[in-house]
Each structure stands twice: as C-alpha cells, then as structure tokens.
Design a protein. Structure first.
Ligand SMILES: Nc1ncnc2c1ncn2[C@@H]1O[C@H](COP(=O)(O)OP(=O)(O)OP(=O)(O)O)[C@@H](O)[C@H]1O
Length: 253
C-alpha cells in the first residue's frame, strides 16, 4: 500500500475508541474497468464524526458505498462490528449502517413523506405501529414532522434532505454515512443539517461519516478528517493536524 503521504502524526498515542467498521480495500473496480478506490484502509469508531474530503472523482462516494456493503471490494475485506461482510452477509449490515445519498431523489419514492420514512423500518421487520413510532421519532429529531402528509417529489431540496436522513434514522442505525449532505442547500438549511449531524453523535451516539467538499464544515464538526486522492486515503487526522499541514494543502490534485 502506498502510504507515503499519510500523516505520521496521526492519532496512535490517543486512547482508541471501539472500532465499528474496518475497510481494507486493495481495489474496487467498476464493471467498465474504472478503479473507484484502491489500497485504501478506513476505520469508523464509536461516537465519532469523520469527514471524507477530496476532489471530484477522488473516490468519496465509492468509499461511502462500501460502508454498508452496497459495494464490496473487488479485492479486500470489510469488517463491521466483528462480522466479515460478503455478498451473503451484506444484508445484515443494512440495519446498522445507513447511507443518505447525494441526490435525495434517489432515495425518496413513496406517495407520502410518512410512507417513505416508514419504508425502511417496515423492511427491517418492524410492525406498522413500531414503524410509525420510529418514523415519527426520526422526523421529530429532524424538526420535519409537519411534512408527514406531503408528497416527497414536491418538497424543497432542503426538506428532501431532511426526509432522506429521517428515513435512515428511523431504522435506528449505529452509523450513518451522508454523501454531500449540505450541497445545494441555502445557509439556513445547511445550518440545520450541520446541527443534526452533531446531535446524531452527541445525543444519539451515532457515528457519522460525511463526504464533503465543504472544508469549513469539516473543520467545524469532524473529529477526524480523511483526505482521499485518486482512490486512496493520503492523509488522516484531527482537523488541526490536517488543515495546518501546509505541505499537504499545497499538493496538486
Ligand atoms: N458506476 C460507476 N461506473 C464506472 N465508474 C465509476 C462509477 N462510479 C464512480 N466511478 C468512477 O470511480 C471514480 C471515483 O468516483 P466517485 O464517485 O467515488 O468520486 P467522488 O469523490 O465521490 O466524486 P464527486 O465529488 O464528484 O461526487 C471516478 O473515476 C469515477 O469516474
């Protein structure tokens, strides 16, 4: 693995929180031969916010989709809470790891917001009463309960984002991955999403992995930043370690 750029000041001297996900991906190659990620090692610990940052096409979304087994390494392993994930076991992951996609339209399809948010819990085997409770609780956490009877298609971009997050939260996952959660949002909605991400960790003990181009957001809320370049993690550490590393910031794309 080419780790020559990895920041050696990383956090080996800090107490290690419990590891939830460990991805060791020698490569993920798409059917057309494009390499999405390679030589990449990525860990998610209990109760942390990780920001994955990098240029367009650097592999952020590909990495996120490995977190819940939506994609599997062509060569390599994923371990989630001690279980090795393969095509047979990946379904077990879906209740523990939820992904909110970059385009909310990819996720919303039911006739009403409530149906949409209840879909995941019902799919996990909750009865209608339990699914209703889980959906309403998730919508309340996001301050979006007044949207329950709306048609998802007609929501604003910010509302769609909130409902997409609610749909994942209602499944009570331990980890949530958010792909570009604040892109296309006005400052007010971006601020709501930022607050929600912090609360997911602080009040609900959920670990959050976000892929973002917004370095200010990453610096404000992440416990750890991973910089991805051309499919590999080239540096990781606390925001202060990453953003004061001028050598790293001056590296060309
Ligand atoms: N379905 C696919 N088929 C073929 N190649 C793909 C596919 N999805 C992604 N890729 C390729 O994999 C590489 C990584 O793409 P990825 O979408 O993970 O990057 P990203 O960092 O999320 O980009 P962006 O910031 O633009 O969303 C790119 O070269 C991309 O062209």
């Amino acid at each position: 693995m080419d780790r020559k750029y990895i920041d050696s000041v990383s956090d080996h001297y800090r107490p290690r929180p419990h590891e939830l996900i460990h991805i060791d991906c020698a490569s993920h190659t798409y059917p057309d031969g494009s390499i999405g990620i390679h030589d990449l090692c990525f860990r998610v610990h209990e109760n942390e916010i990780i920001a994955v940052c990098g240029a367009n096409g650097s592999g952020k979304s590909t990495l996120l989709e490995h977190l819940n087994g939506l994609l599997l390494p062509s060569k390599g392993n994923i371990n989630v809470m001690g279980q090795r994930i393969d095509s047979r076991t990946k379904k077990d992951l879906w209740k523990n790891v939820g992904i909110v996609f970059q385009r909310s339209d990819d996720q919303l399809f039911a006739p009403t917001v409530l149906d949409d948010v209840m879909f995941g819990p019902l799919n996990l085997g909750m009865n209608r009463g339990e699914a209703w409770d889980a959906a309403m609780k998730a919508l309340r956490v996001l301050g979006a309960e007044e949207l329950i009877n709306k048609i998802p298609n007609y929501l604003s971009g910010g509302q769609k984002r909130l409902v997409s997050i609610a749909g994942i939260l209602a499944m009570k996952p331990k980890i949530i991955a958010l792909d570009e959660p604040t892109s296309d949002l006005d400052p007010k909605h971006a601020e709501i999403i930022e607050k929600v991400i912090c609360e997911l960790k602080e009040k609900h003990g959920i670990s959050v992995v976000l892929a973002t181009h917004d370095l200010d957001l990453a610096a404000r809320i992440a416990d750890r930043i991973c910089i991805v370049k051309k499919g590999s993690v080239i540096a990781e550490g606390r925001p202060s370690e990453i953003f004061y590393n001028t050598k790293l910031l001056e590296m060309p794309d």
